[in-house]
Design a protein around this ligand. Sequence first.
Ligand code: OAD
Length: 229
Amino acid sequence: MKKLIVLTGAGISAESGISTFRDAGGLWDEYPVMEVASHDGFMRNPALVHSFYNQRRKELLSCRPNAAHLGLKELEKWYDVHIITQNVDDLHEKAGSANVLHLHGELMKVRSMRDESRVYTLTPDNLETSPETRDKYGDPVRPHIVFFQEPVPNITAAAELVKQADILVVIGTSLVVYPAAGLLYYARRGTPIYYIDPKPAEIDMPNLTVIPEKATEGVARLITLLQNP
Ligand code: OAD
């Protein structure tokens, strides 16, 4: 089976009701990003950061995967699909995708601040954390999110996947946050690249097909294009 590698961003979850970050009215218009999503911000005011992610978790509970997430699952019938997502939601997993690599962490998880290998999944009836929350060892926990100013542990694995791509698909990302945005450049020469986004970033790469549509329509078109090249 050919390897189809997908890089997704906030745009794929927009039609599920999750705000993107940088569109007009996006999350970073409403909240100062360096206060709620940076390492320094967390050190300065952990209560604010916990409450920001508590709110995001509550919103996620009412969201369902959309036709774009489900379409990527369907592509597993014909391709060895691996999804690299910048999203912290769990909608790819809820759609049933088998291989999902989270670059920027996972909203429904927290981890010990003493031992970062201790990661805990929150349940819908126990979503809230605060600076006072303790794990079973008595240690404080933090959101399992990659804050700005922190390294991206999964970037090496993601680059390896992109190197192996027979086809690369990019969906719903402004491609401004590095190192994720640099992943495209690991594709082997000649790899076909499809980029689905109603307002695509300007990228200059050979073999690029831009599909300037919303994720749900764009993934449907992608499936047609792949079946009738
Ligand atoms: P952005 O908010 O920067 O970009 C969202 C992209 O989605 C834009 O290019 C939009 O045009 C596009 N978009 C909007 N609606 C869409 C739809 N219905 N279908 C498809 N695309 C649509 O989000 P990201 O690129 O994901 O990191 O942002 C990257 C990172 O910046 C995030 O992972 C997050 C943020 O800070 C952390 O919080 C660590």
